[in-house]
Design a protein around this ligand. Structure first.
Ligand code: SF4
Length: 402
């Protein structure tokens, strides 16, 4: 057998480079867009009239446009959005919950997704034919999703099929990936998972093949595999910049779990030292982290859960309890605000929002709403029919697993 090995030049996603641009020790108050652009970020250009408006002016403008549009537009806000966006959201939640909710609003012709690009794509795939999806800032990507570009993923799948043979490996992709990657899963007997359904979906995959390749978050994949009893030496990392992902054919044949080398720039900031510090400062503190954190952190945490699980668990916790949380700062601040009878803090002392979620500045929301109210659609997110069809198949498998 002759293998064609494709080697890529390393690229660092733009979103990853910008991650620290808004890390601060100050509160995250929204400034006029012109001020935020001074951090040197490459965000979508807006008409000049929007970039100088302050938070109060933007609030008035967004409120006015929303009144004009009424039920024709629904605004979705991901948990990691800043407060100045969440105040306008009809619904808030994680990406999957929001997409499902949007599809259940038949009166809404336009779904304005205040989140990142892959979420708007998922909403497009799951929404009804008469609906359209708008992403207020087209530069709001996701560094993790950007680490698994379509070409690299297709090359990897071809290589694995060549080395292992058909039916020997099942693709499982985390929701945080492009519609193209979701479609690759749908086309090849694979499935999508969320951070709360990763165990069940990976188990589903092992009922169908001896190996799984998990895209694009190595940490969620590793944490899930270890929890299921897969040994570290049964896992290999697939580095898209190396031939065969940096593995020999023998290593791939021996592996049970192949982990795509991607990560979340936000959740990999959490460390064991931060957990130790929290325990020294607050004896009896409950540590809860997201499963996109590195395994060393997950191992020392008291609880591990998705964003929705973090919100639920702390809301149900006893009065006076103390929570050190390892997830995005806007969500942690909101949980702290909504649970005044508990002490809730972020494990990372530096205030470091998800740089891509942060790109949905209220000026962008004001602009897309004003345009809609004037009968113009800007920043519509589309997904090709064929891609949507297979992405839906992979998402449906996830729903069927429950
Ligand atoms: S928190 Fe991480 S995974 Fe989520 S959108 Fe931001 S970079 Fe992507």
């Amino acid at each position: 057998m002759v293998l064609t090995l494709k080697v890529k030049n390393p690229r660092v996603p733009l979103t990853e480079l910008e991650q620290s641009a808004f890390c601060t020790t100050e509160p995250l108050d929204t400034k006029p867009l012109i001020e935020e652009l001074k951090a040197g970020v490459r965000w979508q250009q807006l008409p000049d009239e929007y970039v100088h408006l302050d938070a109060a002016q933007l609030k008035a403008r967004i409120g006015e446009a929303r009144r004009k549009l009424g039920k024709k537009a629904v605004v979705l806000g991901h948990h990691y959005q800043r407060e100045d966006i969440i105040q306008f959201a009809d619904f808030r939640g994680d990406s999957f919950k929001l997409s499902q909710l949007a599809a259940q609003q038949p009166d809404a012709e336009t779904i304005i997704f205040c989140g990142v690009h892959f979420m708007a794509e998922t909403a497009r795939v799951l929404s009804q034919p008469h609906q359209r999806v708008v992403l207020p800032n087209l530069q709001a990507g996701c560094s993790m999703s950007d680490m698994a570009p379509t070409g690299d993923v297709e090359d990897c799948w071809d290589d694995l099929t060549n080395v292992l043979g058909k039916g020997e490996v099942i693709p499982v992709a985390y929701m945080n990936c492009t519609a193209d990657l979701k479609a690759l899963c749908g086309r090849n007997g694979g499935i999508i998972c969320t951070s709360s359904s990763a165990d069940k979906t990976v188990r589903w995959a092992y009922d169908r093949a001896p190996r799984v390749i998990f895209f694009p978050d190595q940490h969620l994949g590793r944490n899930t595999g270890l929890k299921m009893g897969i040994a570290p030496d049964e896992m290999v990392l697939w580095n898209p910049f190396k031939a065969l992902g940096g593995n020999t054919p023998e290593q791939l044949k021996k592996a049970k779990l192949i982990l795509w080398k991607g990560h979340c720039s936000v959740h990999t900031r959490f460390t064991v030292a931060q957990v130790q510090k929290a325990r020294e400062r607050y004896p009896g503190v409950n540590i809860m982290v997201h499963p996109e954190c590195v395994n060393e952190v997950v191992r020392v945490a008291d609880h591990v859960g998705s964003t929705e699980a973090i919100v639920r668990t702390i809301a149900a916790a006893p009065k006076g309890s103390v929570w050190g949380v390892g997830t995005e700062i806007n969500l942690v601040s909101r949980i702290a605000h909504e649970n005044p009878d508990k002490t809730v803090f972020c494990l990372d002392p530096i205030v470091c929002p998800c740089a891509t979620m942060y790109r949905i500045h209220p000026a962008y929301l004001a602009w897309v709403l004003d345009e809609l109210a004037a009968g113009r659609v800007v920043n519509e997110i589309t997904v090709g029919e064929e891609t949507a069809k297979y992405a839906r198949i992979a998402l449906q498998r996830m729903l069927d697993v429950g």
